[in-house]
Write a new protein. Structure first.
Length: 144
């Protein structure tokens, strides 16, 4: 159901973690995600701990899903001296190519405990369905 658009993004994420660089709007960091099918819904979960809902942007254009988020530093008052700073700050982004079998018009999003969860229903046209076969008796009734 999903296609990765850039096979080297995971390597970029690891390099950014090791080098301690944070993402910018021109070169955002990659956010980790899980994707799975649950019945007739495709679920994608993004890890975004410490990010407020106002700092998350979700966009779908054609079949390209883009999620961007920004984690800003906490407000520091005078007299505060940072002793250790390991939590990544900056801009995070992930693009996912969605299959045509997903209904992008009905995506639902919720954010709980630092996890953004998107639920994308399988399109009705993609679900299996029975096709009835008309017999000769049906054709005779129609033409006669």
């Amino acid at each position: 159901m999903l296609m990765r658009t850039d096979p080297f993004r995971e390597m970029d994420r690891i390099v950014q973690q090791l080098s301690g660089t944070s993402g910018t709007w021109s070169k955002p960091s990659v956010m980790p995600m899980d994707a799975y099918r649950q019945g007739d819904v495709y679920v994608i979960a993004f890890d975004l701990p410490g990010v407020s809902t106002e700092a998350i942007d979700i966009d779908v254009e054609r079949n390209m899903l883009t999620v961007k988020a920004e984690r800003r530093p906490t407000g520091k008052s005078d007299g505060v001296q940072m002793e250790l700073s390991e939590r990544p700050l900056g801009v995070f982004s992930r693009q996912v190519m969605l299959a045509d079998t997903l209904d992008t018009e009905r995506i639902e999003a919720d954010y709980d405990a630092g996890v953004l969860t998107l639920r994308i229903p399988i399109a009705e046209r993609a679900k299996p369905r029975k096709i009835t076969i008309s017999g000769e008796s049906d054709r005779k009734q129609i033409s006669g």
